[in-house]
Ligand binder design. Structure first.
Ligand SMILES: [Zn+2]
Length: 149
């Protein structure tokens, strides 16, 4: 899977802003966020889409995404959040390595996937430092789901 950008990010060959990682997933900031704080939960193992993922890996990714959604809604004041995975080109999948989007919504309305902007280092720093104090909730969710180490 040498050509897979997410495999390269997982291995550290390709750069990304990482906000969380464990044995199963790595959470990064989307390079072209739909909104400030747009995250991608990526499995360490390469699965083409959600239907190929081991059920336990899919459960792990969605549990992490749920915890992040809760952090955005309850702790960081986002009035909305999308948690979604796209599988297959007609569904809007662009990178064929299973990932779950967590997209906080700070404003009402607007289309689902646009407009996207290019992530800046300042924005990355802002998002990372806002999330950091709350990431304990991710481990808590995993252990409550029976998915902790
Ligand atoms: Zn991959």
């Amino acid at each position: 899977m040498g050509g897979c950008v997410f495999c390269n990010i997982v291995r550290g060959v390709e750069e990304a802003y990482r906000v969380y990682e464990d044995d199963v997933v790595v959470v990064i900031l989307d390079k072209y966020p739909v909104s400030e704080g747009h995250l991608l939960v990526i499995t360490r193992r390469h699965y083409r889409g959600v239907e190929d993922a081991e059920p336990r890996a899919a459960a792990h990714a969605f549990t992490v995404a749920s915890a992040l959604a809760r952090i955005y809604r309850e702790r960081l004041g986002a009035p909305g959040v999308n948690v979604v995975t796209n599988s297959g080109r007609p569904a809007g999948q662009v990178i064929f390595h299973f990932h779950v989007h967590v997209i906080p919504r700070w404003h009402s309305g607007g289309p689902m996937w646009s407009p996207r902007h290019t992530l800046t280092p300042g924005e990355a720093e802002r998002v990372t430092s806002r999330l950091k104090p709350h990431l304990g909730l991710v481990s808590e969710y995993l252990s409550r789901a029976g998915l902790g180490d």
